[in-house]
Design a protein around this ligand. Structure first.
Ligand SMILES: Cc1cc2nc3c(=O)[nH]c(=O)nc-3n(C[C@H](O)[C@H](O)[C@H](O)COP(=O)(O)OP(=O)(O)OC[C@H]3O[C@@H](n4cnc5c(N)ncnc54)[C@H](O)[C@@H]3O)c2cc1C
Length: 473
């Protein structure tokens, strides 16, 4: 794009932006947009940004202003990969993320009796020079966990702290929207508390189950593509003997119990199920937490390895007097929308999982949330600076820029991978562990790491760099 001459704008009303969802994508967008606040000020462009989040806050602990600790129990490890790392650097949060990165010493596969099938990634005394992998045999862990792995709550906290004190940015917790109507002039919103307001732009960053998506697209249901796997995450108290490695216990029926330990006092557990179960599907699509837990307990009940402890821990999670209240379950799905905006009005736009969830099975959801936030902010800023406050062109360019990357990521063969790593029978599990042992001996992990690097490089999608509201691709 040709360089724009910045002209001070005439005095006008502030541009009002509502961001729905204070997960990863929403605050990443606001943080990215703040990189342009200097230029906006120079040009006398005013903005008012409100971020609403339907989860409420727990007062008393936590970070910075207002002692918000709603991110304390907010999910488990998430990965930042490829262009997401670059986006995080450009947003200026790389050091903060590095400080709170989770360092896992390896991965262990067990069978249903808890007998070790194979172990990867023993420490070999590496250094910070290898990109921070700290002792991992280079390439071996790639594909299962990465060097930029962080607890979701820690990333929320970093993004929140970086945005909460920004001028003209305000957060509202415990708030959602109940109605959203867009017109060529504005987006009119009715909030869950009955208040009404109008915005120049509404950003739907409210995750895979997005309310904004449902309100602006009459065919939102057709955008939901299940990938054939469901997950339940929760935290339980640690006990002696818990492993620091990511531990995957494979069970017949395409089930696995996975544990990870980022802190001494607790163990992160997730159940993964890639079989068919109509009752589970039904409760995941609309049941209460109690019903969901009951179905997970039915599927994972039994005396396999530590199933009794994990099921009990899941049922206790969130109960009165318990430390951990973070049960989170999902039927994994991709969101495939043919457009991310509200038709020609372009007053509402979807961001992150809300518009293009690739499913956690790809390990790329957080990456797309960060990259999406960066690109949307860059394009909006460019449009505002060069078009006298008009955001429509920015939304159009955001879609054009990001779609090729989303297409590549959503095209990953996640269903096939899960068929391979979650066998249906005991014999399949023995075959998987044997294949992994062979792979380890033949250093296949290194090869896989090499292939993943090549594939990521071949995608060749370059993160646009935006300087002062001008695009430099
Ligand atoms: C509680 C929770 C735990 C998670 N745990 C994991 C995990 O352990 N591992 C993993 O890989 N991924 C996890 N994810 C998903 C992961 O964070 C996302 O896939 C990814 O980071 C993309 O980020 P996002 O901001 O687009 O969506 P999300 O991170 O899902 O953020 C969406 C935000 O919008 C809020 N929201 C939803 N509906 C409304 C509404 N109607 N009004 C206002 N706010 C709303 C949500 O509470 C959330 O804060 C979790 C998501 C959530 C919400």
């Amino acid at each position: 794009m040709a360089e724009q001459q910045h002209q001070p704008a005439r005095e006008r009303k502030p541009l009002r932006i509502l961001v729905v969802g204070a997960g990863i994508a929403g605050p990443a967008f606001v943080l990215s947009l703040s990189r342009f606040f200097g230029v906006f000020q120079e040009l006398n462009i005013k903005m008012e940004i409100t971020i609403i989040e339907h989860r409420d806050v727990v007062e008393g602990e936590g970070d910075k202003k207002g002692k918000r600790s709603w991110f304390r129990n907010a999910g488990q490890q998430i990965d930042i990969r490829g262009q997401g790392i670059e986006a995080m650097r450009l947003m200026g949060i790389e050091e903060k993320v590095r400080e709170r990165r989770v360092d896992e010493p390896g991965v262990v596969f067990l069978d249903g009796r808890g007998v070790e099938g194979v172990r990867f990634g023993e420490k070999s005394g590496g250094s910070e020079q290898d990109g921070g992998r700290k002792g991992e045999k280079k390439g071996e862990k790639k594909g299962l966990s990465t060097e930029w792995e962080i607890m979701r709550g820690d990333l929320l906290s970093i993004l929140y702290s970086a945005t909460v004190d920004l001028p003209n940015v305000s957060y509202k917790f415990g708030t959602s929207i109940s109605s959203l109507v867009s017109s060529p002039a504005c987006a009119s919103v009715v909030f869950s508390d009955g208040n009404k307001d109008e915005y120049d732009l509404v950003v739907g960053a409210d995750g895979v189950g997005s309310q904004v998506r449902k309100l602006i697209f009459s065919d939102a249901k057709t955008m939901w593509y299940p990938v054939g796997q469901s997950l339940a995450f929760f935290t339980i108290p640690a006990q002696a003997g818990d492993r620091k490695e990511m531990t995957i216990c494979n069970l017949p029926g395409r089930k696995s119990m996975v544990t990870r330990q980022d802190k001494e006092d607790c163990l992160r557990v997730f159940f993964s199920f890639a079989g068919k179960d109509e009752k589970l599907k039904e409760v995941l699509r609309g049941g209460s937490v109690e019903e969901q837990k009951r179905e997970w307990a039915r599927i994972f009940g039994g005396d396999n390895w530590q199933a009794v402890r994990f099921v009990e821990g899941m049922l206790q999670n969130g109960k009165e007097g318990e430390t951990w209240d973070d049960f989170y379950t999902q039927e994994l799905a991709q969101i495939r929308a043919s457009t991310w905006a509200d038709g020609g009005n372009k007053k509402v736009v979807l961001l992150g999982d809300a518009g293009y969830c690739p499913s956690p099975a790809t390990g790329m959801g957080t990456t797309l949330a960060l990259v999406g936030g960066w690109v949307l902010a860059g394009e909006i800023a460019s449009a505002v600076v060069s078009r006298d406050g008009n955001v429509e062109e920015g939304i159009k360019r955001y879609e054009e820029q990001l779609r090729p990357l989303v297409k590549q990521i959503q095209g990953m063969p996640v269903g096939l991978v899960y068929k391979i790593i979650m066998p249906s029978s005991d014999m399949g599990i023995r075959a998987l562990h044997f294949a992994l042992r062979m792979g380890k001996m033949l250093r296949v992990g290194k090869m896989v790491g090499w292939v993943v690097d090549r594939v990521e490089a071949r995608w060749g999608w370059k993160l646009p760099v935006y300087e002062d509201g001008r695009v430099d691709v």
